[in-house]
Write a protein that binds this ligand. Structure first.
Ligand SMILES: [Zn+2]
Length: 322
């Protein structure tokens, strides 16, 4: 059995998006299911840190960070916690969103700390807003700051980690994460996603640039793929890359919007399927990086499917047999 951390704070519920698909009920559903399955006692609960502006500026421009702070201030000045503004067609903020986004990035930072201080073997960061679409200077696709990219930069700077392998299994391509590390051979980024969907990037010929050439791998898939197809692509395409790369840390952009009931996608992965994918990643982490995994919540919009899938993910991180 492994020691698995669980990062969460009620502050994450304060990013008020109304009846947007990315809303606070996602985390409430996850917490309920974790409690129902009596995982609370097994997991090591860890509070997130509040990321500093300096840490966020490793990935984002100061102008962009300021603009988010200002936009949230403008929302607060309207006097209602329900006042919201759109940053783009589908990214919404409320007065507290800047603070919450700092805690979301800081959740991943706390996860990296927990793993490298050997408090846990692996960790799941139940954070929101999600992050993998956020670009250097712009919010996108429900994301404000790129939580996983900030966590990876933190591992590089603070723990001098030489090689990080990011697996992004969210339904959507993680354009922000890819662009952040496109020239960086110290981070291998791979994304498996539904093709011809938002954000439109993630083609197979996007493989990195300069020194980073060959350290980005995109695996776009047609709609309708389920457990069997995902498992075989993990085994045939992703596992050999991880073994070849020999990372010091594996990070997961764990989106659960490939679930068969998800309203935003057309994939057919089951809740248990996420457990099987987790097992595959865990066994590679055991082989290459002493089991170190920092898993970060991204999408997943069917509340029941999301919560069940996260429970399977957690059980397999802990090392329970399916
Ligand atoms: Zn997604």
């Amino acid at each position: 059995m492994r020691k698995t951390g669980f990062i969460y704070s009620p502050v994450y519920l304060k990013h008020n998006t109304g009846n947007h698909p990315e809303n606070l009920n996602r985390l409430i559903a996850i917490l309920r299911c974790v409690e129902k399955e009596k995982l609370k006692e097994t997991l090591i609960n860890i509070s997130p840190l509040r990321a500093t502006v300096e840490q966020i500026s490793w990935i984002h421009t100061k102008e962009y960070i300021n603009s988010i702070e200002q936009a949230c201030k403008t929302c607060s000045e309207q006097g209602s916690p329900h006042y919201r503004m759109n940053l783009d067609a589908d990214t919404v903020i409320s007065g507290d969103s800047y603070n919450v986004a700092l805690f979301a990035a800081g959740g991943v930072i706390a996860g990296v700390d927990a793993v490298f201080k050997a408090k846990v073997d692996n960790v799941f960061c139940a954070v929101r807003p999600p992050g993998h679409h956020a670009e250097m200077d712009r919010a996108m696709g429900f994301c404000i700051f790129n939580n996983i990219a900030i966590g990876a930069a933190y591992a590089q700077k603070i723990y001098k980690i030489n090689k990080i392998f990011i697996v992004d299994w969210d339904l959507h391509h993680g354009n922000g994460t890819q662009h952040t590390f496109y020239n960086d051979p110290a981070v291998f980024y791979t994304s498996i996603h539904q093709q011809n969907l938002f954000p439109g990037t993630g083609m197979t010929d996007e493989i990195g640039e300069g020194e980073g050439r060959g350290f980005t791998m995109n695996l776009p898939l047609p709609a309708g793929q389920g457990d069997k197809e995902y498992i075989s692509i993990f085994k045939e395409r992703i596992c050999p890359q991880i073994i070849r790369y020999r990372p010091d840390l594996i990070m997961l952009s764990a989106g659960f919007d490939t679930h068969r009931n998800d309203p935003l996608g057309s994939m057919k992965v089951t809740s248990e399927g996420f457990g099987k994918l987790t097992d595959i990643i865990c066994s590679l982490a055991d082989k290459t990086c002493q089991g170190r995994i920092v898993s970060v919540l991204e999408g997943g919009y069917d509340l029941e499917g999301l919560a069940e899938s996260v429970v399977f993910h957690l059980k397999c991180l802990i090392g329970e047999k399916l």
